[in-house]
Design a protein. Structure first.
Length: 304
């Protein structure tokens, strides 16, 4: 059960391991892009290539339960499906339901663990294989794989790295299951942190924060919802920054570096490397300086 690109390597891992995949459940296909053309979900498209039946129910109702029950699955694997499964679904498979979760549980339970790992400036993250339970990401852990987070790595880049790591962790768990050595360790619920779905306002830059927090905000909000500075003429999107030296009133342009304006934060400063004005294409910080970038000593906008 899965929907986006992140889940495709996990499904491919099932085929590579030699599993008899009797069915794939994915979210319904939806319109995308400017032309609003209906596109197959990545997981459904992967299942199509392998000739596996695909089920795309808008809501989990009795018909979906009956269909899954009739498939008599020994194991269910869930990766970024996008819906919470009722307990009776979790009880269907002989060996339970394994979930591929993109964090080191119990840290970052919820819908957006990759983004929040970067937003919070964590030095590492990983993928956890757990047995699903009634609570959100609360089940016991079967396997984990860790990876460091680069200091300039965006959430989008981390997403692309974690997807194959998730497939590797799933393969490890499957091998242990087949060997009869798969063991589950309860999570420490007292150590749990949450990673809720991001909102557009989670991309807003607050210049009163330390420079590293601002830099992490830009990285963690990329590609969505995108970091931005509130300005009178409309939000200025910030796609990339670099930590820099300097002090000043938060939100003040304190220098024009060769690759962009340097802006003071609560502690330290950042250089804006790539920005986008309303209704325009993204440009480099250097191009911004040659155009409408604020003068040294002026406020660039945003919270301060």
């Amino acid at each position: 059960m899965g929907t986006p690109d992140f889940a495709v390597p996990a499904l491919e891992a099932l085929f590579a391991f030699g599993c008899n995949v009797v069915g794939v459940v994915s979210q319904p296909d939806r319109p995308k892009g400017r032309g609003r053309k209906v596109e197959r979900t990545p997981v459904a498209a992967c299942a199509d290539r392998h000739g596996v039946p695909v089920f795309q129910w808008p809501r989990l109702r009795d018909v979906s339960y009956e269909t899954l029950r009739d498939l008599s699955p020994d194991l269910m694997v869930v990766a970024a499906y996008g819906k919470i499964l009722p307990q009776r679904y979790l009880d269907l498979p002989k060996y339970g339901c394994l979930n591929v979760h993109a964090s080191l549980l119990p840290a970052l339970r919820g819908a957006a663990p990759i983004q929040w790992a970067v937003l919070r400036g964590l030095p590492e993250t990983g993928v956890t294989i757990m047995r699903m339970a009634a609570g959100m990401d609360t089940g016991p852990v079967a396997a984990t794989l860790r990876t460091p987070i680069g200091p300039d790595e965006t959430a989008g880049e981390l997403h692309d790295r974690l997807a194959p790591i998730g497939a590797a962790a799933l393969t490890e768990a499957l091998a242990m299951l087949c060997a009869g050595t798969l063991r589950f360790t309860p999570q420490d619920h007292a150590a749990a942190t949450l990673a809720p779905m991001l909102r557009k306002e989670d991309g807003r830059i607050d210049w009163a924060r330390p420079a590293k927090a601002v830099h992490d905000r830009v990285r963690g909000a990329a590609p969505w919802p995108g970091a931005y500075i509130e300005r009178a003429e409309g939000p200025l999107k910030v796609h990339a920054t670099r930590l820099a030296d300097g002090q000043g009133e938060p939100g003040t342009v304190i220098a024009h570096d060769k690759d962009g304006p340097r802006v003071a934060c609560g502690e330290g400063a950042v250089t804006l490397l790539r920005v986008q004005r309303p209704g325009r294409n993204a440009i480099t910080g250097a191009e911004f300086l040659r155009g409408t970038a604020p003068a040294i000593g002026s406020q660039i906008g945003g919270e301060s």
